[in-house]
Design a protein around this ligand. Structure first.
Ligand SMILES: [Fe+2]
Ligand SMILES: [Fe+2]
Length: 196
């Protein structure tokens, strides 16, 4: 049995030039982080939850800045597909905000986490089915690579595993709240796309 671990940015070379592979890997990372939060307690749970919040914020921001606008322009019926995904993302963001107010040891935390997990999972499945497969089918290698570059710039803002000295309390404080992370992610994405 191979050791199970949360994949980390950059450890899957195949995903580097294919935006769909990259986003699907992030969906997997998000699933694994939900597992980690559920299965841990105390400080470990708090820390795993911070990583989950960061990856979710960064992932959804990258999709909203890069992937959905592309799908809207390029896919037949893209307008409606994207509207539906944005509505799901807004609902998940609201649940996430409610959850972020709670301490991870709060009795209501797990209940809210389960609701968020369900919302996020259904949303990810809908993206994969109605958006990503069509993007891959209708986009050439260069197009997929250009989108991947921007999503990778976003991903660099959210390490999925703790790294000594990077994921320390000090680093979290320096990062500030989720809204600030979203702004920094937008800047990184826009710079990568060459329109800042
Ligand atoms: Fe999304
Ligand atoms: Fe997604």
């Amino acid at each position: 049995m191979p050791e199970t671990h949360t994949p980390q940015a950059g450890d899957d070379r195949a995903a580097d030039d294919d935006v769909v592979a990259l986003l699907m890997r992030q969906h997997g990372d998000i699933r694994n982080l939900f597992d980690e939060v559920e299965q841990s307690r105390g400080e470990e749970r708090r820390e795993a939850f911070r990583r989950l919040v960061r990856l979710l914020a960064v992932h959804e921001t990258a999709e909203e800045e890069v992937v959905h606008p592309f799908a809207r322009r390029s896919l037949p019926g893209g307008e409606q597909v994207v509207e539906d995904r944005l509505a799901e993302e807004r609902a998940a963001t609201e649940t996430l905000a409610a959850l972020d107010e709670l301490d991870t040891e709060d009795p209501k935390f797990m209940l809210q986490l389960m609701k968020l997990r369900k919302d996020v999972q259904e949303h990810a499945r809908a993206e994969e089915r109605y958006e990503f497969t069509h993007i891959r089918r209708s986009t050439d290698t260069d197009g997929l690579a250009t989108l991947a570059k921007a999503v990778k710039a976003a991903e660099a803002m959210a390490p999925t595993r703790p790294h000594p000295g990077v994921e320390s309390g000090a680093a979290n404080v320096a990062l500030g709240p989720v809204a600030a992370l979203v702004d920094r992610t937008k800047d990184a994405v826009r710079t990568a796309m060459g329109k800042d």
